[in-house]
Design a protein around this ligand. Structure first.
Ligand SMILES: Nc1ncnc2c1ncn2[C@@H]1O[C@H](COP(=O)(O)OP(=O)(O)OP(=O)(O)O)[C@@H](O)[C@H]1O
Length: 758
């Protein structure tokens, strides 16, 4: 920690610190013991070699459970316990990242999970509403060593007060906010604020929108909410998985360690560009193309594209069958096409019907040709002759070639690539020009919702696959029934109960928690192969248990359609800030986003305190938005540093950047240089040790980013280059990334808002 981030413990007598140290030593002893047991049982389970099918099934479940438990125990090592609450009733509880019970007959709770209801006063109690608390204690540790204690006494008449306590508890929060950044977001579990706590613990049903300016903790809250929901609804969410959608891969890397540090791994982190299995799109379109592709009416456009692939002959297709020429004309095909369309099935799934209609039509044509009585015109063929003709026609490759031309099987990739190569029949000339591109195998982020829409419209011809899957499922249910009988008799091990008075709510699911064989069989599938999150990533039709969308303001209507398909229950948390919208396809208001799916049945909540950006920097950033929108109100900063941002006009830009990088690079911590993409090469040529690229390593001391890449990230110092070249919201985002220092360099005239503060 650097100056200002130090937490003093001088007020505490040594024996107080020693007592806490002894207690925490005891907690770690318990964790070590649990880890030992878990490792042993994992080794035992893995050692079961060639066992019968049923035992193998049980083994797989054990391995998955023990591995998950081990990962959680390893993840919390080093920062297990961070707080304690003493109640006026005389009770006291230590609060930690996970819950633990003693190895005694009563399985006494010794550490309360921060998500448990009992821990809530740690976050919410105030002098005004003490919630039964006498004292709140923050415990700081380095590794397993207690380094500082910080107390707040909530009952001001309390006789044990020393007078040295922090009346507001701000010191711990400020130390966290002032500490050097690492390039990876840290959890905030020690210092969750009351308004954040309420959002984290809001009920999981329905849509919750969390709006707030830069640095108000939207991302932090969203991640802690995921951890909370996984705790509170473990069985449902562990099976269905939680999806967190972020704006770009670098951002996902930045937030990727928060949930594991809270012991949670059952979450899929993804960008919109990665949500269509088999495609990993990172390229972006021009703003104009992205706007066209993101529009809601693209769903109708793609439906039209699909219809256009259901062709009619022009004017006839001839088929030679057994030395007879059969003519399929547009009238006959149109009848087959309309009957097939009337099934309302997706294109590929409907093809079976089309095949049947065409075969029947050809059978009629052929029967007419060979079976008509020359004298009275009646048909001499009987039903079995007709069946035979149909079967023979079904063997004729020319028939199938005709069907493939008239109703081709299509993949989403073929459909979208074909449309983008020749969009003119479906779009206005300007829109067509914006999206037209030669057929390519590289997809952009805004292509992905189109691929998903196409997959819906086309459907899958998965008859055989479905039959096979059903047989496999029945087989597994039969085995699972047997395993259930065995596992009831062998309940041996438990980590911690979620609620003291709810012995059924086990932290770790065991085989016997699952009451019916069908669900058990489903779980076996997961344990046997992949986690729910991994399976979800590979399955376009997966229905998630909950979806969290960060930077939700950036998603286009088409991207929303794609996401909503993955969450039929509409259990979602959307976090964002309309003032930071930079994508041309982004939706302007929450009403516009949500009305098509839930009408007005959604909750809106706001975060108003900026924990990242000091007041001096926020003043400059706010001036930029106010130049466009005079009534703009930024969130209020929780701290100020006394250091004003600087703005310098220079002639030699790359040279000035090199100097500024030397000036701004923190001793510890990280610096970001944010510059328009076309300046990156010249800047990098003059400044050593800059990390740049499409997915730069944010843990390096100095990174070079363009404004879009900076979205959602945070650094100790930030240097913004040529601000006049940014759109207002991109500039606002860039100026609000620093926790300590901001510099601005320009050769071109400043944008209006910055002229006023320069
Ligand atoms: N209660 C808290 N305790 C400690 N740090 C906090 C707290 N709340 C927020 N922070 C810190 O404030 C910073 C900003 O949080 P976060 O990135 O979640 O904000 P945001 O609203 O998503 O910002 P933006 O919209 O600018 O991306 C992070 O470093 C986060 O850890």
């Amino acid at each position: 920690m650097r100056a200002g981030a130090e937490l003093s413990n001088t007020e505490f007598p040594d024996d107080e610190l020693r007592r806490e140290q002894e207690f925490i030593d005891g907690l770690y002893a318990r964790v070590d013991a649990l880890r030992g047991v878990t490792e042993d049982s994992l080794t035992d389970a893995l050692a079961q070699g060639h066992t019968p099918m049923q035992a193998r099934l049980e083994r797989d479940i054990q391995v998955a459970e023990r591995s998950g438990l081990l990962a959680a125990l390893n993840a919390v090592d080093g920062s297990l316990c961070f707080g304690r609450i003493d109640l006026t009733s005389g009770e006291s509880h230590h609060i930690g990242r996970i819950g633990l019970r003693a190895d005694d007959a009563d399985r006494t709770p010794i550490l309360i999970d921060w998500r448990a209801e009992v821990a809530r006063p740690f976050y919410l109690a105030t002098g005004h509403t003490p919630m039964g608390l006498r004292r709140r204690r923050h415990i700081s540790t380095e590794g397993r060593r207690v380094t500082a204690l910080h107390d707040e006494i909530l009952d001001l008449g309390d006789e044990t007060r020393t007078g040295h306590e922090d009346p507001s508890g701000d010191a711990v929060l400020l130390a966290a906010l002032n500490s050097a950044r690492t390039g990876r977001m840290a959890d905030i579990v020690r210092t969750i604020q009351a308004d954040q706590d309420r959002i984290i613990r809001a009920p999981h049903r329905g849509v919750l929108v969390v709006e707030g300016g830069p640095g108000t903790g939207k991302t932090a809250v969203a991640l802690h909410r995921a951890a909370y929901l996984l705790y509170e609804h473990r069985e449902l969410l562990a099976r269905r998985a939680v999806l967190i959608v972020g704006p770009n891969p670098a951002f996902l890397g930045y937030i990727g360690e928060v949930l594991p540090s809270l012991g949670e791994t059952g979450v899929l982190l993804s960008t919109v560009g990665e949500l269509f299995p088999g495609v990993k799109a990172t390229r972006t379109d021009t703003p104009r193309a992205a706007a066209v592709k993101g529009r809601a009416d693209m769903a109708d456009v793609l439906a039209e594209v699909v219809r256009s692939r259901q062709a009619l002959p022009d004017p006839v297709i001839t088929i030679e069958h057994d030395r007879t020429i059969l003519m399929l004309d547009d009238g006959l095909v149109n009848v087959a096409r309309e009957r097939t369309r009337a099934t309302k099935l997706p294109h590929n799934a409907a093809r079976e019907h089309f095949e049947g209609h065409i075969l029947n039509t050809l059978t009629d044509l052929y029967a007419e040709r060979i079976g008509t009585d020359p004298f009275d015109g009646s048909n001499l063929l009987d039903a079995s002759d007709i069946t035979q003709i149909r079967d023979e026609l079904a063997e004729n490759p020319e028939v199938w070639a005709a069907i493939d031309r008239l109703w081709p099987r299509l993949t989403p990739q073929q459909l979208v690539a074909g449309f983008l190569a020749e969009p003119d029949a479906f779009l206005s000339p300007e829109d067509a020009d914006a999206v037209r591109r030669p057929v390519t195998r590289h997809w952009t982020v805004s292509d992905v919702p189109l691929l998903d829409e196409a997959a819906e419209l086309l459907g899958e011809d998965d008859r055989l696959e479905r039959e096979r899957a059903e047989q496999e499922r029945l087989r597994q249910i039969a085995y699972a029934q047997g395993v259930l009988d065995v596992s009831y008799a062998s309940r041996t091990y438990e980590f911690e109960d979620k609620e003291e008075d709810d012995p059924e709510a086990s932290e770790v699911l065991s085989a016997h928690d699952i009451i019916d064989a069908e669900r058990f069989a489903e779980r076996h599938e997961e344990a046997d192969h992949r986690s729910a999150a991994e399976r979800a990533a590979a399955d376009r039709t997966w229905a998630f248990g909950h979806i969290i969308v960060d930077e939700a303001q950036e998603l286009s209507p088409m991207a929303w359609r794609m996401l909503m398909r993955r969450i039929p229950t509409r259990s979602m948390t959307l976090v964002g800030d309309p003032a930071q919208t930079s994508e041309a396809g982004g939706v302007g208001s929450w009403e516009d986003i949500l009305a098509p799916y839930v009408e007005d049945r959604w909750e809106h909540t706001r975060l108003a305190v900026n924990y990242r950006t000091p007041a001096e920097i926020m003043e400059v950033a706010a001036a930029v938005v106010r130049a466009e929108n005079p009534s703009f109100e930024p969130p209020s900063s929780v701290r100020s540093t006394g250091e004003k941002p600087w703005i310098r006009a220079v002639d030699d830009l790359p040279g000035a950047v090199a100097d500024a990088v030397r000036e701004l690079t923190p001793e510890e911590g990280r610096l970001a240089v944010i510059a328009p993409r076309d300046l990156h090469r010249t800047i990098a040529a003059r400044t050593d040790a800059l990390t740049a690229g499409a997915e730069p390593d944010l843990t390096q001391p100095v990174v070079l980013l363009d404004p879009k890449q900076a979205k959602g990230l945070e650094f100790d110092s930030v240097l913004v280059v040529e601000p006049a070249r940014y759109g207002t919201s991109d500039l606002y985002v860039s100026l609000t990334r620093a926790t300590q220092r901001l510099g601005i360099l320009h050769t071109e005239p400043l944008p209006k808002g910055l002229v006023d503060v320069a």
